[in-house]
Ligand binder design. Structure first.
Ligand code: SAM
Length: 302
């Protein structure tokens, strides 16, 4: 039997063209008011985006690092990860391990208890806070984002089989060019999403724009220990700062620069860098720096 997946109604009118923010209209198959397969188009029809299984695709396959399913499977298998079980495994280890809940779930209950609609940014194979938000409130209205379509389809399969009549939507877009109307979301969540997005400050600007007035951003993300960062030679610090602006100075300045008011900024745990991690481990061993990732729980209000 072919499984059918749909876009939930509460997300259907929030999409606009990235950058120009022109309104988009859905043309395609509707089943009981849900979109499944079709197009999102501007009124003139000049600009259009594919919708498949209810997932609007704003990233062309050439820019999607997860676009080739065969390649994704081969890479995962090379790392001894079973592609068919990856998402289920991540979901169950996050929702069943108290250690993982304590580390990454600091905001999940608060978000789950908030009324309104939630955006999970760069949700990735780990799923961000979404598995835990749904554990506390299976009916939460969450739009789950990544720029990898494979990831979105895998999470969609899992949630549609585990949570009947769920309120989850999926959208493939670049978090630095969100195809979303201004003032749309009550909460935005991200766990290690911002640190993976090139141009963190642009993603923060877009988050501010798409949050409703009084909406909140809930982050769990890392920086380097300040003293550790300063042990790198100055030119290396400068290069790191250019590529990963938050590693030395954190997120505070980026948030307040766009207008966020910071309600919470608290270190929750730290862990040593793991060999191969973003090239940071090699750099640390090259310069003899005992490097740790320091994780912060951050809440910022629009
Ligand atoms: C390591 S994962 C992040 C962790 C994830 N939130 C979790 O809970 O596991 C990074 C994800 O960010 C996504 N990503 C990177 N740049 C992005 C962008 N500009 N917009 C949206 N997603 C992006 C990647 O496709 C990847 O799935």
């Amino acid at each position: 039997m072919i499984e059918e997946h749909f876009m939930k109604q509460h997300f259907q009118d929030i999409f606009v063209a990235p950058d120009t923010h022109q309104l988009l209209h859905y043309k395609g198959i509707f089943t009981n008011g849900f979109w499944s397969d079709g197009l999102l188009k501007t009124s003139s029809g000049d600009v259009q985006y594919t919708v498949e299984d209810g997932i609007p695709q704003f990233v062309p396959p050439s820019q999607d690092p997860w676009s080739n399913e065969e390649q994704v499977r081969a890479i995962l298998q090379e790392h001894h990860i079973d592609p068919d079980r990856l998402i289920e495994k991540n979901w169950s280890s996050l929702t069943n391990s108290q250690e993982a809940i304590d580390k990454y779930g600091v905001h999940a209950q608060v978000i789950a208890n908030r009324e309104g609609i939630i955006l999970e940014l760069a949700g990735g194979p780990g799923g961000g806070a979404t598995p835990l938000i749904l554990k506390y409130n299976p009916q939460a209205k969450i739009l789950f984002n990544d720029w990898g379509l494979w990831i979105l389809k895998e999470w969609q399969k899992l949630y549609d089989s585990r949570i009947p009549n769920n309120n989850i939507g999926f959208a493939q877009f670049d978090a630095t060019r969100m195809p979303l109307k201004n003032n749309s979301f009550d909460a935005v969540s991200s766990i290690e999403g911002l640190s993976n997005i090139n141009n963190t400050s642009q993603a923060i600007k877009e988050t501010f724009r798409t949050l409703k007035p009084t909406g909140k951003l809930f982050l769990v993300d890392y920086t380097f220990g300040r003293n550790e960062f300063q042990q790198f030679p100055k030119d290396v610090q400068n290069d790191l700062q250019k590529q990963f602006p938050f590693v030395g100075i954190g997120y505070e300045k980026f948030l307040t620069d766009v207008g966020f008011y910071i309600e919470k900024y608290q270190e929750i745990f730290q862990r040593p860098i793991v060999a191969g991690e973003g090239g940071f481990a090699d750099l640390a061993s090259q310069y003899g720096v005992d490097l740790h990732l320091h994780y912060f729980a951050i809440v910022a209000r629009k």
